[in-house]
Design a protein around this ligand. Structure first.
Ligand code: SAH
Length: 403
């Protein structure tokens, strides 16, 4: 029998006795035997540091601050965790199982480009969504075309402005996009998160200058995708709330693209949180209605004001700054008590946000006096008395006054 070298020494010693002197003694003994040591909370005595780990299957990322700031290391880990798709490990396995097929079908020169496109295109997307059949179908198709993929369209909600209010999915597609078509409600801080070499195109619509017609935006989106681009149509708030998302989805569908819609935090939700106004609250409001003050052609909206005024609920008015006086008038005439609490939240969730408390009948005056420019929502209902952290005490006082 062949002799086997057996080394009885441990591969690593971790000293963690809660007794600093004892730990130090262990460290010297261990070092004397040539075994690497880690001493908890004593970086100077360590031969090795133990990093925080982020794992997704075979993907492992270690984070170390050299023992100097473990709490910072943990925070970094949380941020990296949130950036990596949950199913990234599955994507790695998916790729591993298909390396052979790629090697057979794609020339060595083309392989790198093939994988790059695969990891940032619809095949990876399907794996992240857990759609393994769709991923395999997309993979098989891309092998046939030598990896040239069709373009994609994502219609993405950018939220009310604060970039931290983006969804993780929105962040990921922004970092994979070739072209981002955005409008004027999308904040600069959100645009900063777009992949550096992606093309950014402003297709915004301000009330006065209709810089690009809706049909043209749809046509542009489709033509870019047809040229193989990963197109992100980035819209303020949520695409399906006063965002014409439905029309853009139709434009994509009619050109043969199945767009992915990624929801965003709508202005009402963002502004409510940022101004401490609960949109519903036991005893104060049982429902919430989002209303636009802007009619289809820029004129008066077709709204059943009586129905709005009757409900015990919260009304959030979008696009209402220019028509605040008329809105106040219509609601009062429809029977809403003139002293119903109201708040105007301007540039909600952005650094220069403003919250103005008022009464439903005085919304027009309040907008004028404060010089509100927007974007802003008008929040009307008893809950608005809680605006800007107004405590329960204030609220009770207000209710007593209103009674
Ligand atoms: N799709 C968007 C709404 C687009 S309509 C969403 O879901 O939020 C544009 C209106 O949204 C503006 O006139 C304003 O009323 C509101 N709005 C958008 N961003 C806002 C913000 N940061 N603060 C206040 N209101 C905002």
């Amino acid at each position: 029998m062949e002799a086997v070298d057996f080394d009885p020494r441990p591969a690593l010693v971790v000293a963690a006795t809660d007794d600093a002197e004892e730990d130090e003694r262990i460290a010297y003994l261990t070092k004397a035997h040539g075994v690497p040591v880690n001493v908890v909370d004593q970086p100077a005595l360590c031969d090795v540091v133990i990093p925080s780990i982020v794992e997704r299957g075979d993907v492992a990322i270690g984070i170390s601050t050299g023992g100097a700031a473990p709490v910072l290391g943990r925070r970094l880990r949380e941020r990296i965790e949130s950036l990596l798709p949950i199913r990234m490990g599955e994507l790695v396995s998916f790729a591993r199982e298909r390396r052979g097929r790629v090697a057979e079908a794609i020339t060595p020169d083309g392989r790198r480009g093939f994988w790059e496109r695969l990891f940032s295109g619809p095949v990876a997307e399907a794996v992240y969504d857990g759609d393994m059949a769709g991923a395999e179908a997309g993979f098989a198709a891309s092998l046939q075309t030598g990896g040239l993929q069709a373009g994609t369209i994502h219609i993405v909600g950018a939220g009310p402005g604060d970039p931290e209010l983006l969804t993780l999915k929105a962040l990921r597609v922004l970092q994979e996009a070739d072209v981002v078509l955005y409008d004027n409600l999308v904040s600069d801080a959100v645009l900063d998160l777009v992949r550096r070499d992606a093309e950014r195109r402003y297709v915004g619509k301000k009330k006065a200058d209709h810089s690009m017609a809706q049909e043209d935006i749809g046509a542009l989106m489709v033509s870019l995708a047809a040229a193989g681009k990963r197109v992100v149509r980035l819209k303020g708030g949520d695409p399906y709330i006063f965002g014409r998302g439905g029309e853009e989805v139709d434009a994509a569908l009619s050109a043969g693209f199945k767009p992915d819609v990624i929801p965003g935090i709508t202005a009402a939700a963002g502004c409510a949180a940022a101004s401490s106004i609960p949109l519903t609250h036991r005893g104060l409001s049982q429902a919430v209605t989002y209303v636009t003050a802007q009619g289809g052609n820029g004129g008066a909206p077709d709204i059943d004001w009586e129905a709005l005024a009757r409900l015990q609920h919260t009304i959030v008015i979008y696009m209402g700054v220019g028509r605040a006086r008329q809105v106040a008038f219509d609601l009062t005439r429809a029977g809403l008590p003139a002293n119903t609490p109201a708040a105007i939240v301007e540039k909600g969730t952005l650094p220069d946000q403003r919250i103005i408390r008022t009464r439903s009948s005085e919304l027009g005056t309040a907008v004028a006096e404060a010089g509100v420019e927007g974007p802003a929502v008008l929040i009307i209902g008893k809950v608005a008395a809680r605006a800007d952290g107004a405590g329960l005490l204030d609220l009770i006082k207000e209710e007593a006054l209103a009674a």
